[in-house]
Design a protein around this ligand. Sequence first.
Ligand SMILES: [Zn+2]
Length: 538
Amino acid sequence: MSRKERIYLFDTTLRDGQQTPGVDFSVEDKTAIAAMLDEFGMDYVEGGYPGANPTDTAFFERKRTRRAAFVAFGMTKRAGVSASNDPGIAALLQARADAICYVAKSSQYQVRVALGCTDEENVESISASVAAARAAGREAMVDCEHFFDGFKENPAYALSCAKAAYEAGARWVVLCDTNGGTQPSELREIVAAVIAAGIPGDHLGIHAHDDTGQAVANSLAAVEAGVRQVQGTLNGIGERCGNANLTTIIPTLMLKPAYAGRFATGITREALAGISRLSRAFDEMLNRAPEPQAPYVGASAFATKAGIHASALLKEPQTYEHVPPESVGNRRRVMVSDQGGKANFIAELKRRGIAVARSDPRLDSLISLVKEREAQGYAYEGADASFDLLARRMLGDVPEFFTVDSFRCMVERRFDANGQLKTVSEAIVKLTVDGEPRMSVAEGHGPVNALDIALRKDLGRYQGEIADMELADFKVRILNGGTAAVTRVLIESHDATGARWWTVGVSDNIIDASFQALMDSIVYKLLKNRGGVQVAAE
Ligand SMILES: [Zn+2]
């Protein structure tokens, strides 16, 4: 076991992943994602580019990881100024990061065209920038941009850039396939040449892009050639065709004998069994549909249609499954009788502190209810609080704190006294608490906000209990096209204890879907206050 070589996992979801069209993380998003990655067991979590934009600067005001090294990204110093006079370097050194990852040119062509400095000045910038990070007590690493293309064009120059980083004390020299066009066979040869030139593999990293669909293959080829740090993103997000997908690479490294026999990562087997949840929770945060055919974690990754395969599968799962679905927290889906599902449910309930016997008929009812609701569009992977409530309700563990008798929402678009066009939303909620009817009216920014305010305005004796609860996020997804589309609403809530939970509602009416998710959120909070739930550390 101890003889295995260590592979270090470097996550750049929050930096390179942020380049994905349509992805724009807030500080809150980044904080939540960094915590997920840290908890999962990544060695490095790259947070962004402090000094480049207000979000990243604010994000680096505090260290956002507990176990993982928290990494700030930025450029090497400009030519012609010293590192101590470079404002970019100053911003990096100010960031509350454990490590600094510099991006540097390693292609002679790029130096000339993009930097407009001499070859020697670029090499000097690399050395001086690494030295500045080291002098400030930070771990330093250098992303050698366009390394493989640069090597093909001028191997001696590309190597001189990489060696400058290594000799100045960079912990990692990261070879980047920036435009994603390198093929595994070329990559293998070039990595071997770099090692032969004097940079040991345990100081080399790989950063691959997926432009020919081979970012995962290239990353693994680099590992085989000797590289010991692998960079990538959750679900392979990234600009153009994406970055190397860590959600695929990690199970491969840990479960495939070709790698698992030789290498160890910082991720435990238990954490690996949470990778499907991690992947789906991340998609929910991005408000995008998970890829059903994603390796290991996709909903279809272990799905087999009825027929000879299904019956053989039930008798001998290894026949059709290259790894056990439980090892990555996924489920076997067989359309005839889903025996694999039950064990998963029991495990999931146990994880939440809900004990139920395998023979309990309520368990079967719960499983069929979840399946029925998932078919309607509910997504419990991204709404653990709603799943928790559904399970506890089925098992009779949820008191009826209050009932909602009716609600009504109005949206009015009109001209105000000054002739300005305005849209006003108003909601009325009638509910019963302790047998006493109550009615609340509220205005809000949009109908859902009005409904939320009205619902939380007067909960009788529970009012004080929900005072510290806030909605952190609200996501809407249209599940099928056309005018009769079904809408799924996901709500993220948090309270003063720092706990966060997600609830879901589904309806052909967006207000109704939002209302379901709001109700679940409040009931979950009340249950949580009574110690009735085990809050996952998310
Ligand atoms: Zn990149």
